[in-house]
Design a protein around this ligand. Structure first.
Ligand SMILES: C[S@@+](CC[C@H](N)C(=O)[O-])C[C@H]1O[C@@H](n2cnc3c(N)ncnc32)[C@H](O)[C@@H]1O
Length: 217
């Protein structure tokens, strides 16, 4: 079984940009070490393609935490990535975040990379993730939260960008104003948005050929 997301250039471009956004933090990626020192948490998905990209960017004390609620997808990740710099956690990411599960205790980056239906569930998730990011920032001073979701119901790029400007600042409040970069792209046929929110620093990493906005929440 191959992921729907591998071999997709735009999706891969967002993965690369997300790594770059994390590397822009001198706390998450201290210049003298040149590697990410905290864990990278992400919805794993089929074969967890992000692991291939980020593994060599992780320092010895950091790992990828692949979270997945589909047990067969997770079992396959465990099997094919045995011995890699990764841990696999079965469960719902939002529930794990809400309960401050110990698997998240060294998180420096969290990528909520799931398809989504419009309205309340996403906004509820944003609130929970935003609270967690603020708490992590208080402990570690920098944190990167990535929200990567479908926006099929928003119809156009312009509407999507207006939606980001309307919805995100409402939920993403912190002690230091988070800095937000968003880009709109197409994963296969699905319109998607990839939003990078830097807590305590500016994660801006320009994405070529993808429309984007930047704002301070
Ligand atoms: C879009 S895929 C992840 C893609 C992957 N990060 C990549 O770079 O290709 C989303 C995966 O997360 C799982 N998923 C979606 N929402 C979840 C949640 N709240 N908690 C745990 N797993 C979830 C789905 O089963 C699916 O396999």
């Amino acid at each position: 079984m191959r992921s729907n997301f591998t071999n997709n250039a735009s999706k891969q471009e967002t993965r690369v940009a997300n790594l770059r956004a994390a590397q822009r933090s001198y706390v998450l990626c201290p210049p003298h070490r040149g590697k990410l020192v905290d864990d990278w948490v992400e919805l794993a998905g089929v074969e967890c393609p992000t692991l291939d990209l980020i593994e060599s960017a992780l320092s010895r004390r950091a790992q990828m935490i692949g979270v997945e609620r589909n047990s067969s997808i997770l079992a396959e990740c465990r099997r094919i990535h045995s011995g890699r710099r990764a841990s696999w956690v079965e469960g719902d990411l939002i529930n794990l975040v809400m309960s401050r599960d110990t698997c998240l205790q060294n998180a420096g980056v969290l990528n909520y990379d799931g398809f989504h239906t419009p309205g309340a569930p996403l906004e509820e998730a944003l609130e929970i993730l935003g609270d967690f990011a603020v708490a992590r920032q208080a402990q570690a001073s920098h944190f990167l939260l990535i929200i990567n979701v479908t926006t099929a119901y928003l119809k156009s790029t312009a509407t999507t960008l207006r939606w980001i400007e309307r919805v995100f600042p409402k939920y993403l409040t912190g002690t230091l104003p988070p800095d937000l970069t968003a880009c709109v792209y197409t994963s296969k046929t699905k319109p998607m948005v990839n939003v990078q929110i830097g807590y305590g620093y500016d994660p801006h990493s320009a994405l070529s050929a993808i429309e984007g906005v930047r704002l301070r929440a």
